[in-house]
Design a protein around this ligand. Sequence first.
Ligand code: ZN
Ligand code: ZN
Length: 413
Amino acid sequence: MTENERFEELKRDYAELVIRSGVNIQKGQRLSISCPVECAEFGRLCAAAAYEAGCKEVLMRWTDDDLKRMKYLHAADEVFDSVDSWIVDYFTDLSEEGAAFLTIYAEDPAGLTDVDPQRIKRSQISSGKALKAYRKRISGSECQWCVCAVPSKAWAKAVFPELDDDEAVGRLWKEILAACRADSGNAVRKWKEHTDEIRKHVDIMNSYGFRTLRYRNSAGTDVTVDLPEGHYWGGGAESAANGVLFSPNIPTEEVFTLPVRNSVNGTLAATKPLCHNGTVIEGFSFRVKDGKITEIHAEKGEEVLKAAISVDEGASYFGEVALVPYDSPLSRSGVLFLNTLFDENASCHFAFGDAYPNIRGAEDMSEEELKERGVNSSMTHVDFMIGSSDLEITGITHDGEEIAVFRNGNFVF
Ligand code: ZN
Ligand code: ZN
């Protein structure tokens, strides 16, 4: 087999991973795929794998960074405040019917740098409101969904500026396949072994049922977080409302749950840049009081960050705490992917904005009840990285006992 044939085979294997382990499409189910036009070849591989698995119909939603940028720069101002009803119907009807959703990312990390952050914010607010029913079904894992990524030229060049276009794309493919454990065949089986490993840490965290976590490192993070009554940790694979196991993120290394909305206090200092809405935000930290971000400092991209935490009230509160060992393979690769799907899985992180309702019995609770438990609600959810080689996390049980969870950036157990 030539090297090229081998590469083609690995790509097919990766598409199969995304379809079988990611969304885990079932016979007779429909699948919506969002895919950049530049990556049409991979989109087709996913569609082929889905039909092979018995998918009833694949619905493609093509995206394009250049067109998105053009729209933000040149479209009439009022278009950012509304969403056409056919788009709302598309997502609402499909999620109600129990379809699955796959998003293929290849975003240029700095593709929207000179766009007005207010336009992005307004369009986020309008689509956040219009698509609320769909969003809640996704964050509540009612439907199977998965986010994965493939290289685009612009993204690959941002990660490997020293390489020429083709080399950069080839190198990013290699790093992505390695991060997804899809670089040596049998990706579906290896993924299962990997997610089973993650479950071990999930089970340990669940057996402690900590009341509080305390974080500290030399980068400046010094924060305490309470976890809600009845919370549970998740990671690896999840179960949808129909009982089907799926992996919402490929790759994934994290073990995650949610904080009590008003319980976060202290300072959170980012240890990696954050690429958000087409801008790279660097060297930033948050002061947090009773769960709310009260101060922001960023060396770069401060305006975009300020816009991001103010799309609605919940955006300045937190919705996720996630544990990732500093020596995870993704972290050891040393590559800064400039893409949260990858960088969050190389580092412990928090997210501001919407919380995944990881509380036992949440599916039967009203919005009000969830709020009372401390579940944050927002139309945004943005992960940012705070892990480091010297991060210490201590868990405090309901009896006040202190247990070392992380030392030197890694799980103690
Ligand atoms: Zn996360
Ligand atoms: Zn997240």
